[in-house]
Ligand binder design. Structure first.
Ligand code: G16
Length: 528
């Protein structure tokens, strides 16, 4: 088809969704992210692109999620989801960036260029669109829907959903129910059904475990989802809701706040020994915490990953499958040094390191038969190869593993699915949250942000552990790190905010804070 097929699209773009902003926007760690009022034209174009992506995948459903996840309420973003529920293929990120930055009149040429380059044949495009609870999301979703319509695509608007629910819907629809019934009811039913079966199999032998949690919904869509989950979990897991939507999204609450500030969120400051769970704005990250004698204790993505990998490793051995199933854990540079040491040396599970962004971890985890991947911020999941699933499902003594597979949303990090998995493991082990905490002790650490003129001047290698440019920055970091016992620090440009992120760990809290401050100052000086 010639570029004339896009005439209507261009007219619509020039009319309702013109590009009004200068400055380049890039498909980053998790799609496009910026202030909501800069995104209308990007959304429209992603509607066009999602349709072409569906053509490229023989009409399978592509997902479009409108969210800025852990970022402030005033931000928004969009990410595309591929047919198997994974993030958009890397090579298409550049195509998305080019399309988002093209002049309105160049849209036809851009689209035809993609079609020609990828050898795509037009067919019926199918797209599933979801959005978070942000005030800006309905209008931005409409822009996506307009783009899909202009490209002749067939859109299914599933309204307000968590990011992992959108991923689930994409894969469940494309597998015609093979992954689970393609409806939100199917999603809740699958996860909670497996959870209830697993707990029932423990015959009430819970040891120190109590089936009761305090839940911080970040004032976002995770709270709405949890209300639904809680209905399915009645009588099995007691959930006390906090930050359910009356307050500001991600403000003083949610997984990112808890992880970065290392303190309890609004409404949960006086929870004493209770086991508390916090999710982020689109419910794809989760962290646990509790307070004891006024001291805050965090169980982040590293603690979750080690709990899961250790337990699954044991179940694989119990089922006698350890020679056939290769289990591995994927972390990022943010993983606490103690967690890596514990999992490798105590639990004997191999660990790989990937750059930040679950898309990178997911990719790496595919190298194992069972790949557990988690970022320290609580974003992650477990994926099972077809071989591992077949072996597990056909091994009689692997009942617990069989049940656990269905508790897990393998398509992407799913805060509430991850939470259910953690609850299963704590119950099976008979552990209280403190029993879990004492398995290993985190090195004190600090996360900071540095605002600079142009964060993209920083480039890195070795899974972000080493700076390549600007020249000399790594030497200065090395010099600072050498002053601290057990010191480690790295910097990377954020993929979701206009800042440079700085991570530091050392043997004491003061030392970790000082090292982080030193490195922030170095970054600011060099990139002033
Ligand atoms: C997104 C990605 C995460 C990643 C985070 C990092 O999180 O999905 O995998 O850890 O960005 O953000 P940055 O590049 O700013 O450090 P989310 O939860 O915002 O989608």
């Amino acid at each position: 088809m010639s570029s004339s097929r896009w005439t209507a699209a261009v007219e619509a773009a020039l009319g309702s969704h013109p590009r009004k902003v200068e400055g380049k926007i890039s498909y980053g760690t998790a799609g496009f992210r910026t202030k909501a009022d800069l995104l209308d034209h990007v959304m429209y174009r992603m509607g066009l692109l999602a349709t072409i992506r569906s053509w490229a995948k023989e009409g399978q459903n592509i997902g479009v999620m409108i969210t800025a996840s852990h970022n402030p309420e005033g931000d928004n973003g969009v990410k595309l989801v591929d047919p198997a529920g994974e993030m958009l293929e890397f090579s298409w990120e550049a195509l998305a960036t080019d399309l988002a930055n093209a002049a309105d009149n160049d849209i036809p040429a851009e689209l035809e260029g993609i079609i020609a380059k990828c050898g795509i044949t037009e067919t019926q495009g199918n797209i599933i669109v979801g959005r978070d609870t942000r005030k800006s999301s309905p209008a931005l979703a409409q822009a996506v829907l307009d783009g899909i319509k202009a490209a002749g695509g067939n859109a299914t608007d599933i309204g307000i959903v968590t990011t992992p629910q959108l991923h689930y819907m994409v894969v469940a629809t494309n597998t015609k129910g093979g992954y689970g019934e393609p409806s939100l009811e199917g999603y809740y039913g699958k996860l909670t059904g497996a959870f209830k079966q697993f707990l029932a199999g423990l015959d009430g032998k819970f040891g120190n475990y109590t089936p009761k949690i305090e839940f911080d919904g970040a004032n976002g869509v995770g709270a709405a989802a949890m209300v639904e989950f809680a209905k399915h979990l009645e009588g099995v897991l007691e959930v006390k809701m906090h930050n359910s939507g009356a307050g500001i999204l991600n403000s003083g609450c949610g997984a990112d706040f808890v992880k970065v500030s290392q303190s309890a969120p609004e409404g949960l400051k006086e929870t004493n020994d209770a086991r508390c769970v916090a999710v982020d704005g689109d419910a794809d990250r989760v962290v646990y915490f509790y307070q004891k004698n006024g001291v805050f204790n965090l169980l982040d993505g590293d603690k979750i990953a080690t709990l899961i990998a250790g337990y699954i490793g044991e179940l694989v051995k119990q089922a006698g499958l350890q020679d056939q199933i290769k289990l591995g854990l994927v972390q990022t540079a943010y993983a606490n040094g103690s967690s890596t040491d514990y999992i490798v040396n105590k639990l004997g599970v191999p660990v790989a390191c990937a750059p930040t962004g679950v898309k990178h971890l997911h990719h790496k985890a595919l190298e194992y038969d069972i790949g557990v991947y988690f970022e320290a911020n609580g974003h992650g999941t477990v994926i099972f190869s077809d071989k591992a699933q077949q072996l597990i499902r056909s091994t009689e003594s692997a009942v617990k593993l069989q049940q656990i597979i269905d508790v897990i949303n393998q398509t992407v990090g799913d805060a509430i699915s991850d939470m259910l998995l953690v609850e299963c493991i704590l119950a099976a082990r008979g552990w209280s949250v403190e029993d879990w905490m004492v398995q290993y002790t985190d090195l004190p650490n600090k996360l900071m942000k540095a605002s600079v003129r142009d964060r993209t001047l920083i480039t890195t290698k070795d899974a972000e552990r080493q700076v390549v440019t600007p020249e000399g920055l790594q030497d200065k970091i090395n010099f600072a790190v050498a002053k601290y016992n057990k010191g480690r620090s790295f910097v990377r440009p954020s993929g979701t905010e206009d800042v440079v992120r700085v991570y530091a760990e050392a043997d004491t809290k003061q030392a970790a804070d000082d090292l982080a401050n030193d490195v922030v100052n170095i970054v600011k000086e060099m990139l002033a």
